[in-house]
Write a protein of this length. Structure first.
Length: 303
């Protein structure tokens, strides 16, 4: 079983405005409301690929109930901790001649809430996979990832971590099965600018030497690079097309990689499916569907 954790889920309220102006009331052409959160995105793609999983994390208020309702409509299994106060945040996305994103802070999370999540995590069994993705909200301790991996260490659980900076670096000693920085995040970790494939390989190897099993580096229009746990590098391109969104592409890649490896045990196929998921989400108005993913899976650019 795969479990994902989203500390600060959201409802993303997207408003499409023909031309945004300041002299009068703006009226939308259309609106959409989506669930949001990196771990949630991973769970949705895994579900669409037929991989059993459960989404964990924190929800609060009527907005949190609606997040769960939307996920249930998409057949995503959930087991969230419900906070006694506050509301799951609403992020406002304005799409006009320019794009404006306003992300809310989110509810306060107490130590009792954290303990409730830990009790759920304690139920994980050997062979399970835990996905930790995204930043920790302001009310959480800055070592929350490290505390979780320390608690579950040596229990036969695989960890996949999609985070940046100290959140990522502090968990490498627990030898996560997979980490997935993008090339910009990889450069930030080592205070360098990543410009070439060779530099990606050099710094990916450094992360592996620090404890990571598989290092998957997404490179935007340049595709992705995987350094697998045996020390072999795999590279893959991207499918040409009109990009409609970038939000969720990295999460889709993580989900596709895990699904591909669970199904085949082959890292090349895992990278291929991960890339297909990422590309399909980039070309979609929301997270990619199963049909969109498998259509791209046969594209020559990611073979």
């Amino acid at each position: 079983m795969i479990y994902t954790v989203t500390f600060n889920p959201a409802l993303d309220y997207v408003m499409n405005v023909g031309r945004l102006q300041t002299k009068d009331i703006n009226r939308t052409d259309s609106e959409q409301l989506y669930y949001g959160g990196k771990g949630i995105n991973v769970s949705v793609i895994l579900t669409r690929l037929g991989i059993e999983n459960t989404a964990l994390g924190f929800l609060a208020g009527f907005t949190g109930k609606y997040v769960k309702e939307l996920l249930e409509k998409d057949n995503v299994k959930t087991d969230f901790v419900y906070l006694e106060s506050g509301y799951t945040r609403i992020n406002v996305k304005i799409r006009s001649q320019q794009e404006f994103d306003i992300n809310a802070k989110g509810p306060e999370i107490s130590q009792r809430d954290i303990d409730a999540l830990f009790k759920k995590l304690d139920k994980l069994k050997p062979g399970d996979t835990l996905v930790l993705a995204g930043s920790a909200s302001g009310s959480l301790p800055n070592d929350i990832y490290e505390r979780i991996l320390k608690r579950l260490d040596k229990k036969g659980i695989e960890f996949a971590v999609d985070a940046t900076g100290k959140l990522l670096m502090n968990v490498l000693k627990y030898k996560p099965f997979l980490i997935k920085p993008n090339h910009l995040e990889l450069g930030e970790i080592f205070s360098v600018e990543i410009k070439t494939l060779e530099s990606v390989k050099i710094y990916a190897k450094m992360l592996q030497d620090m404890g990571a099993g598989n290092v998957l580096v997404s490179r935007g229009k340049d595709g992705a690079v995987l350094l697998d746990e045996s020390g072999q590098f795999h590279t893959i391109g991207v499918v040409p097309g009109k990009v409609k969104r970038t939000v969720g592409c990295g999460d889709s890649m993580v989900a596709g990689f895990l699904a591909g490896y669970k199904k085949s045990g082959d890292y090349s196929y895992a990278l291929k499916l991960g890339s297909a998921c990422s590309n399909a989400t980039a070309f979609s108005e929301s997270l990619a569907t199963k049909d969109e993913i498998y259509k791209l899976l046969e594209n020559e650019y990611i073979k």
